[in-house]
Design a protein around this ligand. Structure first.
Ligand code: COA
Ligand code: ZN
Length: 310
């Protein structure tokens, strides 16, 4: 049975784009509940500028108050050196650095060129000096909503430059749901071949309904690590048209049904997913929390029993 590992990003990717600030108490409670479900990783928050991402301005407090469970890694998004200093103080288990493979999206999101971002992140990696594992999330790897195609070669080049700096992992992000399964297969195979020692994670958004098809393509190409977001919330505030990540529970339910070992407690996860609309104050896209698992059966109507006996 192939083991697959999930990282839930709802309190980072999900909450960063919510119209209303989610109270700190709710964030802490939600993370503590997610910690009990079997996730390999939880992306708790981001140490970005509170002016750029006001919804996550309580990052220190959230990191300080959550209960950490052995076996779960608590990762945080780090955009620059200042973010890395804050992440150290919060004792994050992993720093998730971020830059875009599209020049336009990098300028929109991080307000600098890709080369400036790369140089800044190289400085962060030098500063961390192996004290905390580093993952790099590369945004818009399957296309940019402003620029269009991002050649696979560009993704491979940035991947190589970060691999050469000694990072532990890379997350290949489809920031606005532009990836298709054929493209996912191609990039998954190429990156695994080139970087057999890196932890490779796929981060899909379901903006155009291709999210689970892309998970399937990736897992069948040998990828075993995925980001997902409870309820399917999420999106980058600086990427036009961004919408939710793949829903963690829908992706995990699919892989469970196919016989993958997800290590997850599904009933517990679904119970939390069902609380999410109350926390955020609106309906969420995730489907399995509404429909129930394929094994959650309904009672047949009485007339079926009568018909059977005829
Ligand atoms: N933590 C807290 N504050 C930070 C910070 C950090 N990591 N980085 C910068 N700041 C503050 C600076 O102190 C400065 O504050 P001031 O105006 O009170 O002096 C302000 O932010 C601007 O700093 P500057 O260095 O000029 O940064 P910038 O305006 O070029 O912004 C980023 C750069 C990356 C920090 C900012 O664009 C950002 O946080 N973007 C968010 C990216 C993101 O998370 N997107 C969604 C996920 S992909
Ligand atoms: Zn995302």
């Amino acid at each position: 049975m192939t083991r697959v590992y999930f990282n839930d990003v709802v309190t980072r990717d999900g909450f960063q784009i919510e119209p209303n600030f989610i109270p700190t108490d709710d964030k802490v409670r939600l993370i503590d509940e997610l910690s009990q479900c079997g996730f390999a990783k939880i992306e708790v928050t981001s140490f970005t500028s509170p002016k750029a991402i006001p919804m996550l301005r309580d990052a220190e407090e959230v990191m300080g108050r959550i209960q950490r469970i052995p076996g779960v890694e608590y990762t945080v998004l780090v955009p620059n050196l200042r973010g890395a200093e804050r992440a150290f103080e919060s004792k994050a288990d992993e720093f998730n650095l971020v830059m875009s493979t599209s020049e336009t999206h990098n300028l929109a999101n991080l307000r600098m060129t890709r080369e400036k971002s790369f140089a800044g992140l190289a400085e962060v990696i030098k500063y961390v000096a192996g004290r905390t594992p580093i993952n790099v999330s590369l945004s818009t790897c399957f296309g940019c909503p402003m620029e269009g195609d991002v050649p696979q070669k560009v993704v491979e080049e940035f991947a190589k430059r970060f691999a050469d700096l000694g990072v532990r992992g890379l997350t290949i992000c489809d920031t606005t749901g532009m990836a298709n399964p054929a493209q996912v297969t191609q990039i998954s195979e190429a990156l695994q071949k080139q970087f057999p020692n890196l932890q490779l994670t796929m981060h899909f958004h379901n903006t155009r309904g291709m999210g689970l098809a892309n998970v399937l393509a990736a897992v069948q190409s040998g990828i075993t690590r995925f980001d997902g977001s409870l309820g399917g919330l999420g999106g980058c505030p600086y990427a036009p048209g961004a919408s939710g990540n793949i829903s963690s529970e829908d992706a995990i339910h699919m892989l469970d049904a196919m016989g993958y070992d997800t290590g997850m407690n599904m009933p517990r996860l679904l119970a939390i997913a069902r609380e999410l609309p109350t926390i955020v104050g609106h309906a969420v896209p995730g489907q399995v929390a509404k429909a129930g698992r394929t094994c959650d059966l309904h009672q047949a109507p009485d007339y079926v029993k009568d018909l059977r006996q005829q």
